[in-house]
Write a protein that binds this ligand. Structure first.
Ligand code: C2E
Ligand code: CA
Ligand code: CA
Length: 688
């Protein structure tokens, strides 16, 4: 069997592809040994039967030929007993194999040993025939015995193919003794002896080949099985691995989704999160209506810039926490960016409006509570824009857009309230957008022009100044009124360039017009946005230098919003600087904005222009405002100009109130210089 192991290795090497070596050599050898033994035991009965048949026929042949001896009969009895024992052994092996599918190596060794003993003993019994019987008989008996033995040897090459060494021993035991005996006995039969030897050699070779074929087929069988097993196992491993991988990927995906859908600072949903939530919600319940609340914190920039970004972050966290208390799991809270939060409410159409009211109230209540952060007590308010899906099927981005517009409208009309989106808002926004786009090209396309409206001295009737009023004839939109495009230009900072252009052009026009007396001033409207530019005063003086206009002829009209606390100091400095240059400062649209009456002394100004809305209505309230303004302005040594005068009555009443100068269609509409055609001059009550 040692030789077998060698063969295993040799065949194994030849057959096994090293790349897919599945079993170790020993494992494979063990399996092949077991199969060989199984086959050997399966062939056992055939070997025994052949033995018995050969033994009986030899004895019968001797008996018929009168050559039978007592020893031969005893021999047959021994053979029969051995055969019975071997049969019994074969049966026991069969039982053993039935009980154990996998034969232990110990059992393997034991049963192989028993089998070998059986074959060896049987072989030796036939050697006895060769050594004793053949010399004892003569002629034909001798020859026939040799044929029987040769026949058995031939059969053994197949039957004993599973056992290599023992098989060879058996063949030798059968053929070698008669071959030797035939050549050395008294009347030696060399031919028969040589024949036996040749036959033995052929049988040995045949047996060896049979064994090799058998062996190789078992090796292949186990290799294939091993391969299949291995593949199965690999599949199992892959399946297990895939399963855990799947779970891990799922978990990781969830984590990533959480990361992707949530705002890092506040932990509430971010933009993607809100969109994803909305899509999920719509899928799970198609019948719901939605309201989007766009919550924009008021003056958050002040906190952020004025205190610190860290405190700003704290405020955002605190606000989001408070908002989250107003929103349960059926709805969503998210941060849209910066200081903007979104609440998306989902409910039946009947419940939605009351729900919005409740949530807005709760949110305002929660957020308005003072926020205490590292020694600061902060009060945060917000403006809310609301958009409803109301039965239509708008996308979340549309809803958010509308709510954003509504919130922007709230901001424009004075912060802290709630505004619902409606269609006009969208149209307004669209118009704003196209105006913005057209404005960007207006300067380079030379679409601006200026009209001049005179300001008339109430006492002399002389034109003391012209107000420059910007005109825009857009190639895309046609004429656009300043009340529409100026605020947009201010939002987009385009006003800085446009304002400079206007100032330069107006100054030049006045300066270059020889018909205009040197005492007549030019009044330019200036936006806050321009004044807060770092080089505003420098820009103004450069315009004066470039156009050659005396600084005393320039008037800047600024609105009351300069008194807004935030920027007063900076604006006061700039205006002071300009004032020192001899430029006059007028407060425009006086009475409409900040209650600036009490603060007129904070900034050095020269005149106030009472807003035309008071002049035009001239009701009881308006009169109170106008009289109060005149009183206080005069106290501070300021002139009072009334604008928007359209009728003779208005003029007369304002004159009686003590206004210093007039402006309005009654005198002249804005137009090209010189507009000397002043109605009032021709009226009967004109000053002397
Ligand atoms: P504003 O400074 O209050 O200018 C007076 C506005 O009242 C002008 O409107 C003028 O045409 C109008 N107006 C004058 N008399 C009468 C009247 O008797 N009745 C009525 N109903 N209106 C009268 P306009 O030209 O449409 O300008 C509107 C606003 O646009 C200006 O109001 C001013 O705030 C702004 N604006 C105009 N040009 C400029 C500019 O160059 N720069 C800046 N920053 N703003 C400008
Ligand atoms: Ca003005
Ligand atoms: Ca005005």
């Amino acid at each position: 069997m040692k030789k077998n192991a060698g063969l295993v290795r040799r065949i194994g090497k030849r057959v096994l592809d090293p790349g897919i070596e599945i079993n170790t050599g020993e494992e494979l050898a063990g399996k092949v040994q077991r199969d060989l033994l199984d086959l050997a035991y399966r062939n056992n009965w055939a070997n025994i039967l052949v033995n018995l048949a050969a033994g009986v026929s030899m004895v019968a042949m001797f008996w018929l030929r009168g050559d039978l001896r007592a020893e031969t009969v005893i021999w047959l009895l021994v053979v029969t007993v051995i055969c019975c024992v071997r049969l019994w052994g074969g049966y026991l092996y069969h039982l053993t194999r039935e009980n154990s599918t996998e034969l232990s190596s110990e059992l393997l060794r034991k049963w192989r040993f028993r089998y070998q003993i059986g074959v060896i003993v049987t072989g030796l019994l036939w050697s006895v025939v060769g050594v004793i019987e053949i010399p004892a008989v003569q002629g034909e008996s001798q020859f026939l015995t040799m044929i029987i033995i040769a026949g058995m040897a031939g059969g053994a090459t197949g039957i004993l193919a599973p056992v290599f060494l023992v098989g060879r021993f058996y063949l030798c035991a059968l053929l070698l003794p008669p071959a030797v005996i035939l050549s050395v006995m008294g009347d030696a039969n060399y031919i028969l002896s040589a024949l036996a030897l040749v036959f033995l050699l052929v049988m040995l070779v045949t047996h060896r080949n049979n064994h090799a074929v058998l062996f190789r087929s078992f090796v292949l069988k186990h290799q294939n099985q091993g391969l299949i097993e291995d593949l199965k196992q690999k599949n199992r491993i892959t399946e297990d691995w895939n399963a855990t991988l799947e779970a891990r990927v799922e978990q990781r995906t969830e984590e990533l989704q959480n990361l992707v859908e949530h705002d890092a600072l506040t932990g509430v949903l971010n933009r993607d999160g809100i969109v994803a939530w909305f899509e999920r919600k719509k899928r799970s319940d198609a019948l719901l209506d939605y309201a989007v609340l766009f919550i924009d914190l008021d003056r958050f920039k002040q906190i952020n810039d004025g205190l610190s970004h860290a405190i700003g972050d704290e405020v955002l966290r605190s606000v989001s926490m408070r908002l989250s208390e107003c929103v349960d799991d059926h709805h969503a809270l998210g941060r849209w960016g910066g200081d903007e939060f979104l609440i998306v409410l989902a409910a039946s159409s009947a419940e939605l409006h009351p729900l919005v009211e409740t949530v807005v109230e709760q949110a305002q209540e929660a957020v308005s509570q003072p926020i205490n952060i590292v020694g600061h007590t902060l009060h945060v308010g917000f403006s809310t824009g609301v958009a409803f899906s109301s039965g239509r099927n708008p996308s979340i981005s549309e809803l958010i857009h509308w709510a954003d517009l509504a919130a922007a409208e709230v901001k424009r009309s004075g912060r802290g309230s709630v505004h619902s989106y409606d269609k006009t808002l969208l149209l307004e926004q669209e118009r704003r957008l196209s105006v913005t786009q057209a404005l960007r090209r207006a300067m380079s396309a030379d679409e601006f022009d200026i009209e001049y409206q005179p300001v008339i001295d109430a006492h002399t009737g002389d034109i003391i100044a012209y107000e420059a009023l910007l005109r825009w004839n857009s190639a895309v939109l046609g004429p656009v009124v300043p009340d529409e495009f100026i605020p947009i230009a201010e939002e987009s900072a385009l006003i800085v360039d446009i304002g400079e252009w206007c100032m330069r052009k107006a100054c030049r026009t006045i300066q270059d017009d020889a018909d205009i007396p040197e005492s007549t001033k030019i009044a330019i409207n200036v936006s806050i946005r321009q004044i807060v530019m770092p080089n505003f005063a420098h820009m103004v003086s450069r315009v004066l230098t470039d156009t050659g206009l005396a600084s005393g002829r320039l008037v800047l009209e600024v609105t009351e919003s300069i008194f807004e606390k935030r920027q007063t100091a900076q604006i006061a400095t700039v205006l002071d600087q300009l004032h020192n240059m001899g430029i006059e400062i007028y407060i425009d649209d006086f009475g409409t904005g900040y209650s600036s009456l009490s603060r007129l002394h904070e900034i050095r100004i020269d005149a106030v222009k009472i807003d035309k809305s008071f002049v035009l209505s001239m009701d009881e309230n308006a009169r109170v405002v106008i009289e109060g303004a005149i009183l206080i302005a005069h106290r501070f040594g300021l002139k009072v100009i009334a604008e928007g005068i359209e009728t003779s009555e208005q003029r007369a009443e304002l004159m009686a109130m003590g206004v210093d100068a007039y402006q309005g269609y009654f005198f002249a509409r804005p137009g090209q210089i010189p507009c000397r055609d002043i109605h009032w001059k021709n009226e009967p009550d004109q000053p002397a």
